[in-house]
Design a protein around this ligand. Structure first.
Ligand code: ATP
Ligand code: MG
Length: 382
């Protein structure tokens, strides 16, 4: 008999022939998540098991954050040939609980001497007889469910902890997240990574207008994201020279949009070098002047790869709730300025004219500026 975690996966169930590929990836993600806790991870019979973690609570927390995991059940593993011991353990697990319960048996070992309804009946009866009378059976809407899974061993659990869901990172390709120090872009990155997409992050850094604390804040955000994504490569791209050039040579009301276009172009270059197939931003329609439909069209038109904006229809308040849930909100709220706020024009164009933008951009030595920025990028792996 021993304690372990029984890990259930979600949407991977829907996969057909390539389910083994998704499962293998999920197992290796779980393994990575608990590696330094000394946990052993294996797949058996449609379940993932984790045993041997010294700190079980931390182990649960980590596994619950692995994309692709639906729920985590702290379970007891027992030998199949001693059903009396199973009954006694069932009673121990239910004692102290009150209200209603049911037993839910699953028997994937069809040679086991009892079928599922018989397991339900025998375990249920034993629990009723051997707990202190505060439990009643309700098979329709019970307060507690005692699960009994008969596989290579018998696994029993009462507690089911919901995990993040999604798909294992790496099964959905790779994308470059434009990561600012704000509230939105970390949430956008989380949402895309949750669908199995590996992320790299690109941050534009305007030293000395934004200081080392602003840079550290972004690295901290990337580090929180990395807890979900099993690592993230961050490119900190020096952006001051481009911003100064834009500021000096382009019409004031267009500086933000032109800056956004350079951000997209540079991110695309880095994405291509890194084998990423799409860009991700934290934009949402109408949130600021550079996020009107017209402005987004102008920003999109400089790149030749899909741009994902998972927050496009979200209200700010909903984004904040998500940020709180995933643990990035507090860091995002630290008061260090981002490059966008340093150079904000007083009256940014909300209905931009393309000729004006192109006219401004022609005055810049774009190729040299972008190459210099990409080459000088600082690359960190978190
Ligand atoms: P956020 O809260 O993510 O900063 P925002 O509402 O402040 O978003 P903008 O400043 O207009 O919006 O930026 C829109 C998007 O552009 C961001 O969500 C992010 O994806 C990207 N972005 C903005 N600033 C930077 C930066 N310094 N480095 C990398 N990407 C950036
Ligand atoms: Mg911002």
């Amino acid at each position: 008999m021993r304690n372990l975690l029984l890990v259930r996966y979600g949407e991977i169930y829907l996969k057909g022939l390539n389910r083994p590929y998704f499962l293998r990836t999920l197992v290796s993600r779980v393994r990575q998540a608990v590696a330094d806790l000394g946990g052993k991870v294996w797949l058996h019979d449609a379940r993932i098991f984790v045993s041997g973690c010294e700190d079980m609570d931390e182990c649960v927390r980590r596994v619950c954050r692995v994309f692709g995991v639906h729920s985590v059940c702290p379970a007891i593993e027992m030998e199949k040939d001693d059903f009396d011991a199973v009954l006694e353990q069932a009673a121990r697990m239910m004692s102290g609980l009150e209200g209603t319960f049911k037993v839910e048996a699953r028997r994937s070992d069809k040679h086991f001497f009892l079928d599922s309804p018989s397991i339900n009946a025998k375990v249920g009866e034993y629990v009723l007889d051997h707990t202190d009378g505060r439990l009643r059976v309700d098979v329709k809407k019970p307060d507690h469910v005692l699960s009994v899974e008969v596989r290579d061993h018998v696994y029993m659990y009462v507690r089911v902890i919901m995990a993040v869901g999604g798909m294992p990172v790496g099964t959905g390709g790779k994308a470059a997240l434009l990561l600012s120090g704000g509230i939105d872009s970390p949430v956008a990155g989380y949402m895309i990574a949750k669908r199995g997409v590996e992320l790299i992050a690109v941050h534009y850094y305007s030293f000395p207008y934004t200081g080392p604390q602003a840079r550290q804040k972004v690295l901290d955000l990337a580090s929180i994201l990395s807890g979900y994504c099993c690592g993230i490569k961050v490119f900190v791209v020096p952006f001051t020279e481009i911003q100064m050039e834009i500021h000096a040579k382009c019409p004031d009301e267009y500086t933000t949009l032109i800056m956004r276009r350079y951000m997209m172009r540079i991110a695309e270059r880095i994405a291509r070098k890194e084998g990423a197939q799409a860009l991700v931003t934290g934009e949402s329609i109408g949130q600021v002047a550079s996020q009107t439909l017209e402005a987004l069209t102008v920003t999109d038109s400089v790149v030749d790869m899909p741009v994902f904006r998972p927050l496009i229809g979200f209200d700010k308040i909903d984004i904040i709730h998500e940020a709180e849930k995933i643990g990035t909100y507090e860091t995002s709220c630290l008061p260090y300025e981002d490059c966008c706020t340093v150079f904000t024009p007083r009256h940014p164009a909300t209905k931009p004219k393309m000729e004006k933008i192109l006219e401004g951009e022609e005055k810049l030595d774009s190729e040299r500026l972008m190459e210099a920025a990409v080459n000088a990028a600082e690359v960190l792996t978190l």
